[in-house]
Design a protein around this ligand. Sequence first.
Ligand code: GDP
Ligand code: MN
Length: 382
Amino acid sequence: MDLFEYQGKQYFARFGIPTSKGGVADTVDEAVAVADEVGYPVVVKAQVKVGGRGKAGGVKLANDAGEVRTHAGSILGLDIKGHVVHRLWVEHASDISREYYASFTLDRAAKRHLGMLSAEGGVEIEEVAVSNPDAIAMRSIDPVDGLDLAAAREWVAAANLDEPAREQAAALLVDLYRCYVEGDCDLAEINPLILTPEGRVHALDAKVTLDDNATYRHPEWAEFAATEVEDEREARAKARGLNYIGLDGSVGIIANGAGLAMSTLDVVNQCGGAAANFLDIGGGANADVMAAALEVINSDPAVRAIFVNIFGGITRVDEVAKGVIEALGRVEISSPIVLRLDGTNAPAGREILASHLSDRLVAEPTMIDAARRAVAFAGGKS
Ligand code: GDP
Ligand code: MN
């Protein structure tokens, strides 16, 4: 689960990581009230779960209540890369001497944590990685050893952080590491981490991704989950008990078993198409499940073809075939359907389907043939 900046900063605060004084606001009036409270000048910041808000006009400095009004009014409702701003974070503005970058994330291949620190913060770290990779000091951290203050001191020196920032930055990195590990984050990133003219080091931004697998030991995460904006399609699928994940393509996918569903996405890709979703209907591919799956996929306006890929094991293909026909009797489907049914009782299943096939409901003998057909129905290669 990704957190909003203000939630990330609240999370940081629990681990002693310094941030600016601020508050959330959902209206222009609330923004002014927060600004009056924290003191001018302030920064008015769009709360959307996407980076590059500054460049998109979602971060504005305001010197008085009038400017807060103007900026809050222009940022609320703003569309930043498809995310509409409904909430603001207003904080006391900091003077900046230097902008740094700091993060911890998981290096799955190495089975270790990866720390990244740079004296070239403020800009996108991906750009720094390309234009000046030597400016990023990486640390591969053994999760058993962790990160101690001595190692952090050596690290800030290696990253060439300015002398006055080093001691505070080292302590902050130890705290950020603790937040990342004890706080069960997949990512804890500060960009920019700043040094002020007064010689203070603190976080101006917060990007935190929580590890959903650790939700069971964090009852306090419920407050973060409450502000999650759920994909409408996923909400509909969840209500029907389906294992569904929305994607950006135009080929709707129904498969039995997570492995087959993932392979189906791959073959659709291989044939030049793009899947609109991942959907694993599991073992019980009866008419109810099939109808629910077809309904959810049918309600996605981006879908232009549906690929049903079933390999019968314990699930019998003749049952699946009956399920598909019954489901089609219940749901009005707007896209053509391509079926690939194989495995246990496949001949019986195909026989059941034979009389129902049309130019809108076609069967293909193999997975790759079916994928090609579905991609063609969806408008060819994308
Ligand atoms: P992002 O663009 O989504 O990463 O949003 P940030 O929170 O990182 O803000 C973007 C940029 O706005 C930062 O890199 C800073 O340069 C600037 N900024 C943010 N807060 C302040 C502040 O308190 N004072 C000043 N002077 N600049 C700020
Ligand atoms: Mn940032």
